[in-house]
Design a protein around this ligand. Structure first.
Ligand code: SF4
Length: 858
């Protein structure tokens, strides 16, 4: 095994056992072909081992060969090189992949084993990249929809890159002149995680374009950011800390699939004697593995969480010490305004305090203003003062300070939870009082990790529930210590901050542009304004995503897109969005250009260019250069792929703390960038919020995007239980559409990525809908029948699978397939754009449909 100074990783005759390989590595080696006699470049095996000692790099290779290539002649050993690729869709994995190249073709992909076997996470998808690289659905060259043909009609004319860029830039310049900068918008999804993702922002920020933010399923993430200064993405305890949890609550989260990269750790904590508790309406794989499963009624999570808080307080089991020292519990809230009481209002002399950096918005949430007067608390005798001057602040009570009626934030929280007595919560959640009591007690049997995300927030009342769930660890004190806290899809991803120079998105031509999200596009198109400012959308540029395949409300989106002149998609394959565009630009597969990946583990990982970009595809950075120069943005865009990446990795932390640059990363491939033990939310690593405390009370809840909307400030200040937007018990629509259709993540796809891999289609060939047999019988549907689901928005045909573990009245389908893989219709057409507006998000679980048996045409 060798590595050249700037060349690929080259694996040959790798014998992990000589180095004391683990059982898992041995097993992988035995079960798979291990390359031998690969050509050596640069370093000897000995020097490679020395070179990689610092990074404890790759050790063994296993994989699946592409069997369509001709076999080597008799007796002739194939010349093979193995490169490091990073699999980087939105699964949370970020796995290191050994990419074997023979005679210029990628013939095999498999895992690169890590020094820590727990970090070996490759799944079936990781073995299928050969089929993705050579897929017939690759976009091969720039193309434009043939004039006069309908969008999605499939008639394209080939363009040169020069012509394609000129066409786009000429139109953009016209739009800017006539309709202003905001007429150009850009939309990015979760199709690719690497630095190209953000370098596009450099371009669009310089154009003053409208950002269509990615936040389509991020309510829980945004709450954790706002309340804890961390997100389930970026910062939290190291994901390895999960093994120290004595109790783990998996709440509304299909963890074995949806948070695949954490599942091994979740199982390890159970193997260590930990207890697994699952709260989920559906009997998921996680529920099957659980010690305790609570089949909660969908959409009632906030009521359960608030009942637990109420129970803890009533029984003296809340962690008053933690609340007093690490949360906003002691701060006083004015009863006349709902704002925190500040020193000037209380008549206490104090200087204004400068703001602090917060976790939200990639650490850019700094209060740059003149600062605010400090918040006020009271001591146990009710005397007001600054918190730092009070040895033992009261966390409960109501007072009158300087003539102003106030309550502590914790008393406000308890008041809010008061209605959720055990009987009330039991009736709401359809769980017995005994079960709720047991859940409350088990949560206290810590250290307890709460594992959630991408579930309860997919319903229209997910905001109050996200707030309630993020409050649980604070009241119980189950955070800020080993084995406790809030985790989720990508927790422990500390390199997200360590590796990236976020200022790359800024240039001297930076113009502040508007921000919205996809939910509001139909509204903007109809009203021709956004937040009180004129906005005439003329063009959307899509990258790293497939909104017409993966987002909700696609019927409404397509209708809105009809009014937008120029849709451009940069993608590797013909996604639903690419097919519906006016111009497409081909982007290489991940293993065809150099980049690096930060999240989700503790490492920075280099992604080699195993082969040249296929066909006429160009890496995103090259596209950004062409568009930047085409839009006359000058030398700040005159960089190649390496130049942009070097800039992006040039962060203070990477350079000064870890000595990492683009060059050293390219040499070493795999560099640890985070401490082994990272425990978040205590006196050593406090919360990255404005107060430095966990903020379960919001004094100023404003909508994230549509600032012109009025929110119910009192309601959004604290957790709350509300009805879902569509799937509530008294909705008259239930008569017409009685089934609640939800989605679940899929083992064999990541959103629509991997949807057409032939090997994966052998295992799961087509879209299915899972139905409870009681519902199926009612509609005369049997296993493997085709079923048409429909509502006022659209329809979709699936193959039926009967599953008695589903609650009657609910149905499940995979999220999601490409348009031409459904027999008819599309799942996303059934969903709506309805949302609440604090952290607006797609609400695909909040969907009512009718079902009927469907006869395929012969
Ligand atoms: S799809 Fe995700 S889990 Fe599977 S190999 Fe790729 S990164 Fe790893």
């Amino acid at each position: 095994m060798q590595v050249g100074p700037t060349g690929p990783l080259v694996f040959a005759c790798c014998k992990r056992s000589e180095r004391g390989g683990t059982m898992q590595e041995e097993k992988l080696q035995k079960s798979s072909a291990v390359l031998k006699d690969a050509p050596r470049r640069g370093l000897t095996r000995r020097s490679f081992l020395k070179a990689t000692a610092a990074t404890a790099g790759a050790a063994a290779v296993a994989g699946v060969a592409l069997d369509t290539l001709p076999a080597a002649a008799e007796g002739q050993k194939p010349q093979e090189e193995v490169y490091q690729g990073i699999c980087r869709g939105n699964c949370g994995g970020g796995c290191r992949i050994a990419v074997t190249v023979r005679e210029g073709k990628v013939v095999k992909t498999g895992p690169i084993l890590n020094e820590d076997p727990m970090e070996n996470l490759i799944c079936a998808r990781g073995y299928t990249h050969t089929q993705r690289i050579y897929a017939p659905e690759r976009i091969q060259y720039p193309a434009r929809r043939v004039e006069g043909t309908p969008r999605g009609g499939g008639e394209w004319e080939r363009l040169s890159w020069d012509d394609a860029i000129k066409y786009i830039c000429d139109h953009w310049k016209e739009y800017q002149k006539e309709f202003g900068d905001s007429s150009i918008a850009y939309s990015y999804g979760a199709g690719t995680y690497a630095q190209n993702y953000y370098v596009y922002m450099r371009l669009f920020n310089s154009l003053g374009a409208t950002k269509i933010a990615q936040e389509n399923d991020m309510t829980m993430l945004n709450y954790s950011w706002k309340m804890l200064g961390m997100s389930l993405y970026m910062v939290g305890n190291s994901r390895k800390d999960q093994v120290n949890a004595h109790t783990t609550f998996i709440w509304g989260c299909n963890a074995s699939i949806g948070t695949f990269n954490r599942w091994k750790y979740l199982m390890a904590s159970r193997d260590n004697g930990g207890k697994l508790v699952v709260i989920d309406p559906t009997y998921t794989v996680a529920a099957q593995k659980a010690d305790f499963w609570a089949p909660i009624k969908p959409g009632t999570d906030a009521a359960l969480a608030m009942a637990m808080i109420r129970y803890w307080h009533e029984n003296g089991k809340d962690d008053k010490q933690y609340l007093a020292t690490m949360t906003v519990a002691p701060f006083l809230v004015r009863q006349d305004t709902g704002k925190f009481l500040r020193s000037d209002e209380a008549g206490i002399a104090a200087e204004r305090e400068a703001g602090v950096a917060t976790g939200g918005g990639f650490g850019l949430g700094m209060d740059q203003g003149e600062g605010k007067f400090p918040l006020v608390a009271v001591d146990e005798q009710g005397n007001p003062g600054l918190l730092k001057e009070i040895a033992a602040p009261a966390i409960e009570g109501e007072f009158v300070i300087n003539g102003i009626p106030v309550k502590t934030a914790y008393t406000m929280l308890l008041d809010r939870c008061d209605e959720w007595t055990l009987p009330a919560a039991s009736a709401k959640c359809e769980l017995s009082e005994d079960v709720i009591t047991q859940l409350a007690e088990m949560y206290l049997d810590g250290p307890t990790m709460l594992h959630t995300g991408f579930g309860i927030d997919h319903r229209g009342n997910g905001d109050g529930a996200s707030h309630a769930l993020c409050t649980l660890p604070l009241v119980s004190g189950q955070i800020g210590k080993k084995g406790a806290g809030v985790s989720g899809n990508l927790a422990g991803a500390t390199t997200g901050f360590a590796g990236d120079n976020w200022m790359t998105v800024v240039t001297s031509k930076m113009k502040p542009g508007a921000t919205t999200n996809m939910t509001y596009i139909p509204q903007i198109v109809e009203e021709q304004q956004w937040c009180g400012q004129p906005m005439h959308l003329k063009s959307i540029f899509f990258y790293c995503g497939n909104p017409l395949g993966s987002y909700s409300g696609t019927t409404a989106l397509r209708k809105a897109f009809e009014s937008i002149d120029l849709l451009v998609t940069a993608d590797t394959v013909w996604s639903d969005t690419a097919k519906y565009s006016d111009v497409v630009l081909p982007v290489p597969h991940w293993f065809e250009y150099e980049t690096y990946r930060t999240c989700p583990n503790d490492y920075l990982d280099f992604n080699d260019a195993a082969i040249e970009p296929q066909f006429e595809s160009k890496p995103d950075c090259d596209i950004i250069r062409l568009l930047g120069l085409g839009m006359d943005l000058g030398p700040e865009f005159d960089y190649d792929n390496a130049g942009f990446h070097a800039m992006f990795l040039d962060s203070d932390v990477a350079r000064d703390q870890y000595g990492v640059t683009w060059v050293t990363l390219k040499q070493q491939k795999h560099i640890k960038m985070a401490p082994d033990e990272f425990i978040y939310g205590n006196q050593f690593i406090p919360f990255a919020t404005e107060t430095g405390r966990a903020e379960f009370y919001f004094e100023n809840p404003v909508p994230e995007f549509d600032k012109s909307r009025q929110l119910d400030q009192e309601l959004y200040a604290l957790p709350f239980q509300s009805d879902p937007l569509e799937t509530y018990d008294t909705n008259p629509l239930l008569e017409k559409y009685p089934i609640n259709l939800m989605t679940h993540r899929d083992k064999f796809k990541v959103h629509t990525a991997f949807a057409k891999c032939p090997w994966l289609l052998e295992i799961q060939p087509e879209p299915t809908v899972e139905l409870n047999p009681i519902d199926a019988e009612k509609y005369g549907i049997a296993e493997n029948d085709y079923v048409r689901c429909y509502n006022d928005r659209g329809f979709c045909v699936f193959k039926a699978h009967l599953d008695p573990s589903l609650r009657p009245g609910t149905a499940w389908t995979e999220h999601t397939w490409l348009d031409d893989q459904y027999k008819a219709g599309h799942y996303a057409d059934l969903t709506s754009l309805a949302c609440t507006h604090f952290f607006p998000t797609n609400t695909p679980f909040d969907t009512l449909v009718a079902i009927e048996k469907y006869e395929l045409e012969a």
